[in-house]
Each structure stands twice: as C-alpha cells, then as structure tokens.
Design a protein around this ligand. Sequence first.
Ligand SMILES: *Cc1c(COP(=O)(O)O)cnc(C)c1O
Length: 439
Amino acid sequence: MGVSDLTTTQQTQQLLALDRAHVWHPYGPMPSTISSQLVESAAGVRLRLAEPLGGNRELIDGMSSWWAALHGYNHPVLNAAVREQLDRMSHVMFGGLTHEPAIRLAARLVEITPEPLQHVFLADSGSVAVEVAIKMCLQYWQSVGRPAKRRMLTWRGGYHGDTFHPMSVCDPVGGMHQLWTGVLPDQLFVPEPPAGFDAEVDPAYAAELATAIERHADELAAVIVEPVVQGAGGMRFHSPGYLTLLRELCDQHGVLLVFDEIATGFGRSGALFAADHAGVSPDVMCLGKALTGGYLTMSATLCTGELAHGISRGTVPVLAHGPTFMGNPLAAAVANASIELLLDQDWQTEVKRIEHGLRTGLADLAGAPGVRDVRVQGAIGVVQLDHPVDMAAATEAAAREGVWLRPFRDLVYTMPPYVTDDEDLARIAAGVGAAAVAG
Ligand SMILES: *Cc1c(COP(=O)(O)O)cnc(C)c1O
C-alpha cells in the first residue's frame, strides 16, 4: 500500500512513525522519545497541523519559528520575491560569479548597520556566521603579526550556535562543555552581565570586565557577546551600557569586538540592531535568523574596513572560507524583500505595540506560584519558572489556548511575528500563562 492510498490519519501516523524512526530533531535523542507535530501549512501567524493538539488544528505561532518569521508565513510579497528569483535562477556558485540579489543584499546590510561595518560575508547558517566571525578575528591578528592573540572572551549565559568554535563561546553549562573537554578551544569567561535593560551599569561588574580584558589582552583576539538580549542561553536582558563599556575596553586594550545579532537583528529588541540601543559599533557583526524573514537559511558576517584590510595584508592574504551555497540567490532575493517590507513600515510602532501587549498580557503572572520572573523587551516576552518546565504539559496547555510555544529549561517565552494583531497577541499571552502554570 502506497502512502497515497491511506486515509489522512493513517498517512499522518505513518509519516510520524518514519519521523520518529529516522529523523533527528533539534537537541533530540534517536529514536525520538516524544512525537513532533506534523505541520501541513502555515499562513499569516497560524500553523496548520495535520492533527489537533490540545483540541486545535490551527495554532498561533508564538515563536516566529525561532526568531525568524518576522512577517508571518506565506506572505504574498515574500512569496513573489522567491518566485521571481526562481524563474531567473535558484543558485549559481559564488566563486568567480556574482549576481544582483547578493550584491544588493550586501550593500543594503552595509547601509543599515553601524557605519564602520563595510564588508559582508554571506553564509548559510548562524553558526557558520559565528565561525566566520571568529576566523576573521584570529586571522586578522595573525596577519598583523600578533598570532598569540587567538582566544575569545565572552560572558556566561550566551548562545552562539552548535558548531565547535561557536559552542566554545556558549555558556559552559548550557553548552555542555564538560562533554567536550580537550576538544573545544579553551575560551575565557566572565560572569553573566547583571540583569535588566534599564539597570545602571554595575561598577563591580564593570571592574571585573576591565580586569579580565586587561589581564588577557596579549592572548585575546576578540570579545564576542549577544548584545542586550541573551537568547537561547537563558533569555536574559542587560543594559546597553555594557556594550559601550565593552567597546571602550576593547579599544583601550587592542581587542576586537564581535556582536552576535543573529537573534536580535531586524528590530526584535526594539532597535533595528541591538547595538543601536548603545550607539556603538562592533568590529564584526553576525546576522541570521530573521535575515530572510524566515523563508530560507542564510546568514551574514559584516566587518570593518580595518579588519578586512588587515586580513588581506597577511601572508595568506585571503579569508579562506567559501560555502557551496554562499550568497544563494533565492535566499538573497527573499532577504532583500523582507528587509524592504520591514523598513517600509513603521516597524518600531509594531514592536512597541507587541511589547505593550506582552507586558499587559503577562503582568498577572508576576508573583504567581512557580514563577520566578516575568520580563519583556521589545517583541520578546519571557516567563522564568522556579523549576524546570514540563515541556509536554506546557506545550499541550498552550495549544489548548490555540498557541504554539516551545518552552525550554525553566523558560516559557514568546517572540511573535510583528504582524500578530492585538487579539492574537492576547491569546499568545494567555498561552504563555497556561504553559507557565501547567509546566
Ligand atoms: C540561533 C543563533 C545562532 C545559531 O544560528 P543557526 O542558524 O541555528 O546556526 C547563533 N547565535 C545566536 C545569538 C543565535 O540566536
């Protein structure tokens, strides 16, 4: 019997059985111990499931597919951009060849990011963007005759991706560094930045940062951090004042500064880039996730002229990196369309509206039993529990409210698409509340 002869329910069950038997999911065991939900289609802010979850087949997506789907799903403008590019060419190699979508994208990124960032390396995922950022920094110091400068410094609580160099700068506990002793490069860690976007810079913490950077300046290539919002490492917010401080300290001690804006880029934290909250520019910036509006996988690593020229003066005067699908025209075309769609609207007002809706909708959870903290920054809402979340129960409880969430550790959180209307936003907040109570 072929798949097409089966009833829809049987088909779904068969597909899910194949999924459990063969398909690895993020951070999952094999074979899988919990079943995934089969998605049939998605439009606007809604995911349509093959079978109901919590009594609902349509769920409002509270996750933007992990920070990516800013404009929701199946957007006519983004669909058209992909179709138009598909009719021209879906891909050509980027060695020796170039094309308009990638050129326009790189030029646009240079235009909208802080001024000193002038050069763009396009790759295929956020982790690779971070690999490239680290490679740029290490190679810069080699090229200018300081090869001992090859360690990275970061603060705890970070997340920068799952390939090995990015893993080495993830939080040592959350990133399971004990599994990889002797394999991961040995980086330098300072404590997590003190919490609170509006908090004053803590002088004791500032002094600790200064001491660490000064003491290790001779071996430090760069400091790498997620500005303002630490995402998958714990959903924590900190003052932009620490970015200003890092910029000063790095300048003072001849250390490069990398901002990983893969999660925060394109307005999520309330500024177009989180660096804009502080008005500082890093030497290297990584973008990804929302870059293509959640349509296709692409990332960008931007760097300053000084860094690029330094690398290109070295004994190996090239940046030795070149992914097969570098600059992919489909991804670049939809990225261009997504950026224009964002910038052509009053996105600040939309993000503020979502921020306000989340603050209002989550306010009652502060002080609820089992809840340690409720925090909102830009279009990000977080409920931190005082215990590890029961993921299955929390997911089901949110689905009963008609909402898709993906809690982890002690966190129930949401970063909705910017197009989420107030009614759906209220349901998302109710979903977060239900998940927090059930989980
Ligand atoms: C998601 C993320 C990455 C990794 O991106 P992938 O595309 O998943 O490889 C790196 N840094 C930050 C801050 C992220 O949020």
